[in-house]
Design a protein around this ligand. Structure first.
Ligand code: F6P
Length: 486
């Protein structure tokens, strides 16, 4: 089998650069070991004059990393436009933030089609394709249109919301129909999978039997594969990182006070405003807790060209400065707020230093920070995880202190409770969570998905050819002819 993994963002091996996000950082170690070819965006763009999509290929572990320059005319409409100003807000149930034009949709489809053409060069008879995330909902359909018959699977790293929310996405119907070109569609949680199945039933009038649906593309299976981490490796990294200079400096600066930590991309789905308000409430209602604990909030800038992200950055900066101004002292800063990224090594050491990890998104596919915080703890004296019940991770990490991020008073009380939790209870909760993490590692996630994909493809091939139906996809090419990037 020749595995080709595709994602918008990729990560280079053997660097200790700051990591920008869950998917790329999580995939790196497993893709490296698997011998797969990982195809994604180089982060650069090109105009459409060259004959072949340009790919820079370098070795990655036992396989290779191929980075494509995406088409300049469509990159903005694809990434900042449709992917992150229509799909991302909708997938996180923020339809109020959808800003998208017809041209954005065209660009999104063009980039999906461009990627499909680029993948042709990596296609062999025994190739298995695994496409990642919401940037490429229509890639499978584009590949099928080019005659690709090999197994093609898809995994969604974000939530999939209720049908009424999906209906807020322009062209939602065409996109979901296109998704059915995938042999296997994987979700983070049972709720996400059920929401998707609900959409197929109610909006596309399709029948689902045992998680399998038949469409004009043949059969497609829907299943749940919660993504994991490598907990033992992360634990080793954290134990070592405790002596890293950045981590030692942090410890020395604490003057006996406790530390709570939050690490997020600066994104409205992460619930940063609510979290800061909860700390504010805690220090207001229980003044004795001032000086006893500070919050280290790392908020890595993200998608800065999009208005909603710029507004959020200003809102949080103002809020932090207000809270620090009201509660701070000459020798105590309540919230240490950093707008930059850190390497995984340093993060592991910071997690181990903090007595409380606050992971309180309003809605999140999984949230690997929650899992990493747990894995990084000292088994003899573990910290407490305060976790939003709206993060996918809450399904597994159910012995964390689960909170509703919309209930500011409740969060304030829970954070205070976490800070005073006795060692025995901390240990019991932590051990239960570690057992879960050990039971669902990223290695198992990777192997399970590829296994089920291969089985699903073999099973559907024996069912016989699908009944052909006229294409129902929106006639993109005729509208946008001449904008092809070969
Ligand atoms: O599914 C969400 C995701 O792909 C995460 O893996 C990651 O945190 C984020 O989105 C990355 O976003 P971007 O590539 O836009 O920085």
């Amino acid at each position: 089998m020749n595995l080709v993994v595709v994602s918008n963002r990729v990560a280079r091996g053997k660097t200790n650069e700051p990591m920008t996000g869950g998917l790329a950082a999580a995939l790196l170690p497993v893709v490296e070991k698997s011998g797969a070819i990982w195809v994604g965006s180089s982060g650069r763009v090109r105009d459409g004059t060259q004959k072949e999509p340009f790919a820079e290929v370098e070795a990655l572990g036992a396989g290779a990393l191929a980075m494509l320059d995406l088409p300049a005319a469509h990159y903005g409409g694809y990434y900042e436009g449709f992917a992150n100003s229509a799909l991302w807000p909708a997938l996180h149930s923020r339809t109020d933030l959808i800003r998208s034009s017809q041209q954005d949709y065209l660009s999104y489809r063009e980039v999906n089609a461009f990627m499909a053409r680029a993948l042709k060069r990596f296609t062999k008879p025994d190739t298995v394709f695994w496409i990642q995330d919401y940037h490429f909902l229509a890639l499978g359909a584009e590949m099928r249109d080019l005659g690709v018959t090999q197994p093609v699977g898809f995994f969604l790293h974000t939530p999939w919301p209720a049908r009424a929310v999906v209906a807020g996405v322009p062209h939602h119907r065409e996109l979901v129909e296109a998704m059915l070109a995938y042999d296997l569609i994987g979700f983070q949680t049972q709720d996400d999978c059920e929401n998707f199945l609900g959409y197929l039933r109610s909006d596309l009038d399709l029948r689902i039997e045992n998680g399998v649906v038949t469409s004009r593309y043949g059969t497609s299976r829907m299943a749940v594969f919660p993504i994991g981490i490598d907990p033992e490796k992360f634990a080793r990294q954290a134990a070592k990182a405790i002596s890293h200079p950045d981590v030692s400096r942090l410890r020395r600066s604490l003057n006996g006070e406790k530390l709570a930590i939050g690490v997020d991309r600066l994104d409205y789905s992460k619930g940063l405003v609510n979290r800061i308000e909860a700390f504010d409430r805690m220090w207001t209602l229980q003044p004795a807790m001032q000086r006893t604990v500070s919050l280290l909030q790392i908020a890595t800038p993200s998608r800065g060209a999009i208005e909603a992200y710029g507004n959020l950055q200003s809102e949080i900066a103002k809020l932090v400065s207000d809270v620090n101004g009201r509660h701070g002292e000459v020798d105590w800063t309540p919230i240490r707020y950093l707008n930059k990224g850190f390497s995984q090594t340093v993060l592991a050491g910071l997690y181990r230093t903090a007595q409380v990890g606050v992971v309180t998104p309003l809605h999140d596919g999984m949230n690997l920070v929650a899992k990493e915080y747990v894995a990084a703890q000292n088994p003899a004296d573990p910290g407490v995880l305060v976790l939003s019940k709206f993060a996918g991770a809450a399904n597994e990490l159910d012995t964390a202190l689960l909170v509703n991020p919309h209930d500011i008073d409740g969060m304030a009380r829970t954070i205070a409770l976490a800070l005073s939790m006795p060692l025995l209870e901390r240990r019991m909760r932590w051990e239960a969570m570690m057992t879960k993490l050990r039971g669902h590692t990223i290695q198992q996630w990777f192997a399970d998905f590829v296994d089920v994909l291969q089985q699903t493809h073999t099973a559907s091939a024996t069912v016989g050819p699908p009944i052909p139906e006229p294409p129902t996809l929106w006639p993109l090419r005729s509208v946008n002819s001449g904008a092809r990037y070969h």
